[in-house]
Design a protein around this ligand. Sequence first.
Ligand SMILES: CC(C)(COP(=O)(O)OP(=O)(O)OC[C@H]1O[C@@H](n2cnc3c(N)ncnc32)[C@H](O)[C@@H]1OP(=O)(O)O)[C@@H](O)C(=O)NCCC(=O)NCCS
Length: 222
Amino acid sequence: MSSYQIREYRDADYADMRLIYSTGFREHAGTVYLQALQWAQALLCGVFLLLQVFFVSFLTCIVSIGGVLLVIRILVQYFFKQGIQLGLSEDLLDIRSSYMQTGCKSCFWVAEEKGSIVGTVGILPCVEEPGAWELKRISVKWEFRGRGVAKALCKAALEFVARHNVRRVVLFTSMVQTDAHKLYNTIGFQKEEEFVWPSLPGRLIEFIVFKYAHRNSTVISF
Ligand SMILES: CC(C)(COP(=O)(O)OP(=O)(O)OC[C@H]1O[C@@H](n2cnc3c(N)ncnc32)[C@H](O)[C@@H]1OP(=O)(O)O)[C@@H](O)C(=O)NCCC(=O)NCCS
């Protein structure tokens, strides 16, 4: 029997909810750094050759390449920080007004175990696709993963939309969130579109965003 329970968000969950979102988001920075390095291979070779042409010592070449690697690392960390701040200053700034207004077809849930919040999920009308609802902010604390917490959270959200006659549920994820892709397939979502994240860093490293939609668009069920 599971020892966690899924329940609607309460104001006292605020700090934990924000921490779970931030840590879940940040953990993908390493994978994005590796992706950026693949893109930077040509740049690194170019720097190396240029320095060789100017008869710079081998040690200086190595130090310069180390410098380029460090700059890429700092840039990736910077963009992740920006991404986290964006989420925290958008819907996650005020869960009540973003998700829990009376009469609105939106809601936010948490998973609680022994008095602590271990996972989150929300659902609300999709800005990018009017008429559809979007599953957002799915994140589970590292040490509670693999026990069906995310699945139970998504079940609560999908049962909620089924009760409110919502016909279409979508979500956005990225190429690095591979555990989430498995979860989405398991609970009946299917990849519908993929596109490069529309931004300069996104284009530079070809960072792909996926749009998933629930397979059963006439009656959402789980
Ligand atoms: C994605 C995430 C929410 C999954 O949470 P979780 O509680 O471990 O997931 P569950 O235990 O409910 O697993 C549900 C299903 O997902 C799949 N799955 C999840 N993690 C998996 C993993 N590491 N390896 C293989 N399958 C996995 C399985 O199919 C599983 O179904 P099954 O148990 O019937 O086989 C969690 O890894 C997470 O918080 N990641 C960081 C934040 C993130 O990337 N969020 C997604 C934003 S788009």
